[in-house]
Design a protein around this ligand. Sequence first.
Ligand code: ADP
Ligand code: MN
Ligand code: MN
Ligand code: MN
Length: 373
Amino acid sequence: MATSASADLSKAVKQMYLDLPQGEKVQVTYVWIDGSGEHVRCKTRTLDNEPKTIEDIPEWNFDGSSTDQAEGSNSDMFLEPVAIFRDPFLRDPNKLVMCEVLKYNHKVAETNLRNTCQRIMNMVANEHPWFGMEQEYTILGTDGHPFGWPSNGFPGPQGPYYCGVGADKAYGRDIVEAHYRACLYAGVKIAGTNAEVMPAQWEFQVGPCEGIDMGDHLWIARFILHRVCEDFGVIVSFDPKPITGNWNGAGCHTNFSTQAMREDGGLKVIEDAIEKLSKRHEYHICIYDPKGGKDNARRLTGFHETSSIHEFSAGVANRGASIRIPRNVGQDQKGYFEDRRPSANCDPYPVTEALVRTCLLNETGDRPAEYKN
Ligand code: ADP
Ligand code: MN
Ligand code: MN
Ligand code: MN
C-alpha cells in the first residue's frame, strides 16, 4: 500500500510534544482556497489570547505567486478571516479559520467566489435558505491508486460496497470515523456519513446550513478530511470520475429549501423552483464544477445513478434525474429538493449562489458576467 513518509513518523513521539502546556498563546490556522479553486492551503500563527469571535482574528497575508493566485511582481495577497472553528488537531484553545482571499489592493481575488455568494445570500436572508451538501470522495494511496484496491487489477464489481460492512467491503473506515469526530469537535455541522457504491469511495453530509454557512462549513470539512488523510498517509480525491468504466463517479448533491418550502403547501413552491431550474440547465452545469462543465461531463453520463449532462430532468425518488424530490417530501407535501448535478470538486459558494439566483431571484439566461473561469 503506497503511503507517505511522514505518516510513518512516530505519532506517539509527536504526542509527547503536543502534551506540553502551551501557556496563554493560541495557534490559529488560516485556511483558504488556492488558485485551482479546488484545493486548500493553510498556515499558522500565534495570537496572544484566545480569539472569541471572528473580529479577534487579524487579517494576514501570503505569497499568491506560490498558489497560482498572483504574479511574482505583485504577489502579496490578503487573508480575511470569515468563519472560526475549533482546531481538532491541536485542540482547544487553538482555532481553524476559513478566510476570503483579497488581492494586493484589497479587491476580491478572482478565485474568491465567497464574496459574491455572501452578497446574494444577504439579499434573500428573510427567506431563510437552507442547504445540505453530500460530499462524495475517494481515498487514494500516494501512488494515485484507490486505497485497498489490488495493485494490479480491480476489486469485485459494485454491489456489496454501498453502506458495506466488513474488511472485504469497507475500505478505509478509520479515516471516515476520524474525520467525523474531528468535524463534530470543530463545530462543523456534519450530518452523517456512509460508504459509497465504489469501494474506497465514501460520503459525508453537511447541513442543513443557512446561507453562507454552507460553503464555510463544507470547505472546513474538506480541509479536515485532507488533514486526517495526511496523518494516515493517504490522499483524498474529489475528482468526479476517478476511475473510468463501470465504477460510480463522485458528486456533491445539494439539497435546498426555503422557509416557504418547509411550511404547509411547500411542495408547490418546490415545483415552481424546479420549473425555473429546468429553463436554466446550462447555466447551472457551467457553475457545478470548477472547469465550467468539463469535469462533470465525465460523470453525468446518464448511467451510474446520474442524469445526462445534456438534458434537465426531475422526479420524485428518481436518482437518475437532475433534480430529485425525496419520497418523504412528496408524501409530506413540503420539505426540500435535491440537485444531483454538482460535482464532488465543486465550489459550494457559487453552487448555492446559483440556486438562489435562479429559484429566488428569478434570474434567467446566461451566466453572470462576474464569472470569469
Ligand atoms: P440522500 O438520500 O440523497 O443520500 P442524505 O441523507 O445523504 O440524502 O443527505 C441529505 C442532506 O439534506 C443532508 O445534508 C441534510 O442536512 C440535508 N437536508 C435535510 N433537510 C433539509 C432541508 N429542509 N433543506 C435543505 N437541506 C436539508
Ligand atoms: Mn447521500
Ligand atoms: Mn451518495
Ligand atoms: Mn443524494
